[in-house]
Ligand binder design. Structure first.
Ligand code: ACM
Length: 740
């Protein structure tokens, strides 16, 4: 593969015409750097230096780094002077650097290669984003030591070229850990010489996509089967990735899943499962010594490939069911005084963790490893929210934050109906950006145990490299700033112009980046005193303005300009559009804004919502705040049974419409109700049915489906009963309940 840094820079080298005569001064706020440096001191005017640079002082000792510099496209034999000054006596962290752009010379100073590398990345970004290099000094260092990106290559396999391209991009944004999820039920992806069936069979399946494979019964096939799909990395290829990453100051953390997510291993080595039958198990048998022999052998080979001190051994989502009936597992529990299967899992993690520690490694596990007792020395990767991370640091263990709500890049990032199918959830770039990996509840000492943050790319619904790239960017760029910048330095408004610029840059570089939505985001907040909706409008585009109308007409560039929130009490059709450079960025969107008469009225729950998705409790359904594109946004209320709620309007009320909005996303087990029945009553006891709204949508329908269930007509009543029939599986999610 062509070096991407090189390809993109060669064009820029030509275009970077630098004019020494101009004396105006650049504003620090205008620099389009991601992550934005800690400290920028702008000098007067612009530098005479221009690309290519020639290295006049070379403190870089690492030959790989020197090769990287030579291949960067920025370095020539004759050019403006660039000094890499390594000074080990300075009071600077290992990744800290100072970049000085003078009139006649550029100097990067650090105590070692890592700092020099990051200073060089900042210079690269300046070269790519500025017409003329401003005279300046940048002092910079990261907030967190661990700035990670994860990639699941089991559900779908991606080429080493693709991985190298992502490593280039990670380096450009100063990310430094690549968590390589190499094994999972959908395919084993690393050559292990001692166990050839892992790559002769367990790496292959008769279906290209995870979804077809899943529907087709989760079967594997021999690599020689015509049409076999999948693949694996040879040890040589994995080493090549490790070296390529190392050259970019990225550490590759391998993950080998245990005790669960191991269907592929147990299909080809069924003797490692509790009953010894293939295609029956996801969890290794913990009672069988052969399991430990196998895993130790595997880790021996893994360690010989990956020099990383950190090694990930999975630990998530074990079913543990077979262990309860397995004589070997039961014996193991008895012999070791383990009181339940959680402790049995903990035994296994602890034993494998000890093994890794005996080899000089530190092990990471997903937060389930807390259950049954956290093994000595474990680092916890917190994914089911932040609780696991918080618990770990309070126990004195280190943690890495990857909570699903902020760090799972398999969720939708724009309006789902406009997007390729995703697993579900909604994680726009602004939400990633808003994340702070150190929860407020931690003390200063506990906070020090948060090593950092990571973006996870699970790939069940991501069959191609192009698609994976689309899911990663620009969320990774937002996360890069979460990982590098101090909280007080972060501002979405400040990030917006920079990410807009970088999306353009990524596109020029051939990256299939998801562009920002050109639609206006309209948010309604009820004002119960004034009985009106406060309407806020936002756009991610920059520079841009929002134009709108309230009379049903199509807005143009002379329509009302949005500058502050509107207050709307009468039913209004709000039509909005974003303008950029006097042209609409998208087709106008219309939204009906009205006061929901149910807001604040007393609700009586005849059935309870789930404790997992309360959305704030008894007032969530009629608080006037509408649930967004993802059920996890704290507004959607979840039910694991029929939903049955009575609204007391307080007095007999004219009712023209009753509706509740539900969603269906079958990946995470979210279905529409089978039907909704609406009843009314004057006394709250005797109810009459006014509508039974049947669900016309198939249970197998893919994608994200939103549907309003309800009634339209003319009735008068004080009480409205809203009943939604549960289909017997998964979740029902509803918001908002509207009466009009
Ligand atoms: C996970 O998402 N199962 C760690």
């Amino acid at each position: 593969m062509k070096n991407l840094v090189q390809t993109s820079l060669l064009t820029l080298v030509v275009s970077l015409g630098l004019n020494s005569c101009i004396t105006e001064t650049k504003s620090a706020d205008d620099l389009k750097l991601i992550p934005y440096p800690n400290e920028v001191t702008i000098g007067r005017g612009f530098s005479k230096c221009k690309t290519p640079f020639s290295i006049v002082t070379n403190g870089v000792t690492d030959s790989l780094f020197n090769d990287y510099l030579q291949s960067s496209g920025l370095i020539g034999t004759q050019g403006s002077p660039l000094a890499f000054v390594k000074d080990t006596t300075l009071q600077m962290g290992a990744e800290q650097y100072e970049l000085n752009i003078g009139k006649d010379k550029v100097t990067i100073t650090a105590t070692g290669d890592a700092g020099l590398f990051y200073g060089f990345q900042t210079l690269l970004q300046l070269v790519q984003t500025e017409d003329k290099l401003p005279v300046l000094t940048i002092s910079d260092s990261p907030r967190f030591d661990y700035r990670g990106m994860h990639l699941d290559v089991s559900r779908h396999f991606y080429s080493t070229d693709f991985i190298k391209k992502q490593l280039d991009l990670m380096a450009f944004y100063k990310m430094n850990y690549f968590h390589w999820h190499l094994t999972d039920g959908a395919g084993w992806r690393l050559e292990i010489k001692k166990y050839p069936l892992l790559t002769d069979v367990a790496a292959w399946r008769p279906y290209a996509t995870w979804k077809d494979w899943w529907k087709g019964g989760n079967k594997y096939c021999s690599k020689d089967t015509p049409g076999a799909q999948g693949g694996y990395y040879t040890q040589e290829e994995a080493k090549e990735i490790v070296a390529y990453a190392a050259q970019r100051h990225i550490i590759v953390v391998p993950e080998i899943e245990l005790p669960a997510h191991s269907e592929e291993v147990l299909a080809v080595y069924p003797e490692l499962s509790c009953t010894g039958e293939p295609y029956k198990h996801a969890d290794f048998c913990v009672g069988n010594e052969k399991t430990f022999e196998f895993l130790q052998d595997v880790f021996d080979e893994v360690i010989s490939i990956f020099p990383s001190e950190l090694v990930h051994l999975g630990g998530d989502e074990a079913g543990k069911g077979a262990w309860k009936k397995c004589p070997k597992c039961q014996k193991r529990m008895k012999d070791n005084n383990l009181k339940d299967v959680d402790e049995l899992q903990s035994y296994m993690i602890g034993r494998m963790g000890q093994y890794l520690m005996s080899k000089g490694k530190t092990f990471i596990g997903w937060d389930e490893i807390l259950e049954g007792g956290l093994a000595e020395g474990a680092v916890v990767m917190s994914w089911r929210g932040e609780e696991g991370g918080i618990k770990s640091v309070k126990m004195g263990h280190r943690a890495i934050m990857t909570p699903g709500g902020y760090c799972y890049f398999d969720a939708y990032q724009k309006e789902p109906s406009t997007q390729p199918e995703a697993i579900g959830g909604y994680l726009p770039v602004e939400k990633v950006y808003s994340y702070n990996p150190v929860p407020d509840s931690l003390t200063t000492e506990e906070a020090k145990l948060i090593m950092g943050v990571q973006g996870n790319v699970w790939t069940e619904y991501i069959p191609t490299a192009e698609h994976a790239e689309y899911m990663i960017h620009p969320r990774m760029e937002a996360l890069a700033e979460v990982a590098w910048n101090k909280v007080e330095k972060k501002s979405w408004e400040n990030f917006k112009p920079r990410i807009n610029k970088h999306i353009q840059l990524l596109q020029e570089r051939g990256v299939n980046v998801c562009t920002l939505s050109p639609d206006v985001v309209v948010t309604q907040i009820p004002d119960t005193l004034k009985q009106c909706m406060r309407v806020e409008m936002k756009t991610d585009l920059y520079p841009a303005e929002i134009r709108y109308t309230l009379d049903g007409s199509t807005p143009d560039k002379n329509s009302l300009l949005y500058t502050e929130p509107l207050e709307i009490s009468e039913r209004t059709n709000l039509t909005t559009v974003v303008y950029q450079a006097d042209a609409p960025a998208a087709t106008p969107q219309t939204k009906e804004i009205f006061w929901n008469k149910a807001i604040g009225k007393k609700l009586t729950y005849n059935t309870n919502y789930s404790g997992q998705y309360p959305a704030g409790g008894d007032k969530a359904l009629n608080n006037g705040l509408y649930g967004g594109f993802g059920y996890g946004d704290g507004r959607w209320q979840g039910f694991l049974k029929d939903m049955d709620v009575i609204v007391d309007m307080g007095e007999p009320t004219e009712i023209h419409r009753v509706k509740g909005r539900f969603m269906q996303i079958i990946g995470p087990w979210v279905w529409l109700p089978m039907f909704v029945e609406i009843q009314i009553s004057d006394d709250g006891e005797n109810f009459t049915t006014i509508q039974k709204d049947m669900n016309p949508v198939s249970e197998d329908e893919d994608g994200v489906i939103f549907r309003d269930f309800g009634f339209e007509g003319d009735v008068n009543a004080r009480y409205v009963r809203y009943f939604a029939k549960y289909n017997g599986k998964g979740f029902l999610f509803i918001d908002e309940l509207v009466i009009d």
